[in-house]
Design a protein around this ligand. Structure first.
Ligand code: PGA
Length: 253
């Protein structure tokens, strides 16, 4: 599977700045040797179509930062997996810790959204990760296993379907501090083990990527690239800075 680098622009850019950043990225793409890598841009919903238009001739894929679990109906404010597919999105971030924290998203909602994404042909980017308090209480392994299992139980992946699981320690996100790679390695192994409890080995190895997110930048990215089960990155802050984002893409192998 190709390594995947996902830009999560969060709620940082209005449509003008989104257009500017997308245009700049599109301009620089021919200079990057993407080769065996996939780069996915997740703008905010209000900029999605504009960014899609700018990137349509380029090698970038498009994603959203959240979806609802129904395709259509009276769900004010919801983003339909089916409609975002029609808009050109093939990826959806699901269960990001900021949504779990500020919008009280539960594991059950994350499960429903993951199912709905797959049914619509959208690859879920399922976010899991422990808080600082959970880590201090030695609960990291339990949290990762429980979040992965609750989100994915009862879900089958067809041969043409994919899943991305993003390990994002909540306490590292947006903090500017770097996680010790040995901790990320441990988390990858726990997640891989949880996936093996849920899916056949060939599905885990051929259809699922485990990626890392949390204050990744041009300096620390290389520390994660060689880890066992490393499938790519989910990048927040550094994805807003063209040079730095490109440097991360280049370093991802
Ligand atoms: P960060 O965000 O790179 O700014 O820490 C990552 C994320 O929340 O996906």
């Amino acid at each position: 599977m190709k390594k995947v680098i996902i830009a999560n622009w969060k709620m940082n850019l209005g449509f003008r700045d989104s257009m500017k950043l997308a245009t700049e990225l599109a301009k620089q793409v021919p200079e990057i040797e993407l080769g065996s890598k996939e780069v996915i841009i997740c703008p905010s919903a209000s900029s999605l179509l504009l960014v899609a238009e700018i990137l349509k001739e380029h090698l970038f894929g498009l994603g959203v930062q959240d979806i609802f679990w129904e395709d259509q109906g009276a769900f004010t404010g919801g983003e339909s997996p089916k409609f975002i597919y029609e808009a050109g999105c093939r990826y959806a971030i699901i269960g990001h810790s900021e949504r779990r924290q500020y919008l009280a998203e539960t594991d059950e909602m994350v499960h429903q959204k993951t199912k709905a994404a797959l049914a619509a042909g959208v690859t879920p980017i399922l976010c899991v990760g422990e808080t600082f308090e959970e880590r201090s209480r030695n609960l990291t392994d339990n949290v990762l296993m429980s979040q992965a299992i609750k989100a994915l139980s009862g879900i089958d992946l067809l041969p043409n379907e994919q899943l991305v699981v993003a390990y994002e320690p909540v306490w590292v996100i947006g903090s500017g501090r770097s996680l010790d790679p040995s901790e990320a390695q441990h988390a990858f192994r726990i997640i891989y083990q949880a996936l093996l409890d849920l899916f056949p080995l060939h599905v885990v190895n051929n259809n699922i990527r485990i990626i890392y997110g949390g204050s990744v930048d041009g300096v620390n990215a290389s520390e994660f690239v060689g880890l066992e089960h490393f499938g790519g990155f989910l990048i927040g802050g550094a994805s807003l800075r063209v040079e730095e984002f490109i440097s991360i893409i280049k370093q991802t192998k």
